[in-house]
Design a protein around this ligand. Structure first.
Ligand code: ZN
Ligand code: FE
Length: 246
């Protein structure tokens, strides 16, 4: 998306379904969850850009896999990650916690802890004219992250935090899972016309090789069963159902 003349967010597709996000102005780039280094390096070199910072939402290899190589290439880059993950994200040089505020690309970025997928998962929020949230593996379009290390309750509360952001927040997640999430949601609510419409839109985008991300919080609140779950019991039922859905 384009905020104004100077800033943009670009998605690089890598591996089977990961997206590396590059948030850039005309000189510098902040990369979010670089699964791999090569496509990032190529993009920066082709566009004569410098790497200012790497944001790490969590320690999984499909999010930090490219970081070491990028540090090698840009030794002064800030590597921002949870202070709770010094062991599992050892190359971090700017350790942060919930509520911290950072200055990146001359914008203020707020750290929001969203536990559940892992015990210390972070999201990064900047309250621009169009607010933007980089959410890693916590929320996907029509889905949410698997609960690997936290509890259902923690994940439910993390989604609540996301729901409390401005409705025009544009959300950038780290995986293109939208279509399969919608197919699952339609298994749960086969008569849901909003989901059916969304699936048609998503299939069109995929046929055109376009990303279905980012998505607007306002729109997501209509189609995401996890965000719509208004109590922990319902959320837990859905999450367990999705875990065993094939
Ligand atoms: Zn993950
Ligand atoms: Fe992931």
């Amino acid at each position: 998306m384009e905020f104004n003349k100077e800033q943009q967010i670009i998605g690089l597709r890598v591996l089977s379904d990961n997206v590396i996000w590059l948030w850039k102005n005309d000189k510098y780039v902040v990369v979010i969850d670089p699964a791999l280094s090569q496509p990032v390096k190529e993009y920066l070199k082709a566009n004569d850009l410098k790497l200012e910072a790497i944001l790490q939402t969590h320690h999984h290899s499909d999010h930090i896999g490219g970081t070491k190589e990028l540090i090698h290439e840009w030794p002064n880059v800030k590597v921002i990650a949870s202070a709770k993950e010094k062991d599992r994200i050892p190359f971090q040089n700017l350790s942060v916690k919930h509520g911290d505020k950072l200055k990146l690309l001359d914008e203020e970025v707020e750290v929001i802890e969203v536990i559940g997928h892992t015990r210390s998962h972070l999201a990064f929020y900047f309250n621009n004219e169009t607010p933007v949230l980089f959410v890693g593996d916590t929320l996907f379009s029509a889905g949410c992250g698997r609960v690997f290390e936290g509890t259902y309750k923690q994940m439910y509360n993390s989604l609540k935090k996301i729901k409390s952001l401005p409705k025009n927040t544009l959300i950038y997640c780290a995986h293109e899972y939208t279509k399969s999430n919608l197919l699952w949601a339609l298994d749960i609510e086969p008569e849901n016309q909003t989901l059916k419409k969304k699936l048609i839109e998503v299939k069109k985008k995929i046929a055109l090789k376009e990303l279905t991300i980012p998505f607007l919080l306002k729109e997501e609140l209509k189609i995401n069963l996890f965000l719509r779950a208004d109590n922990l019991k319902r959320f837990s039922y859905l999450r367990a159902n999705k875990d065993s859905w094939v």
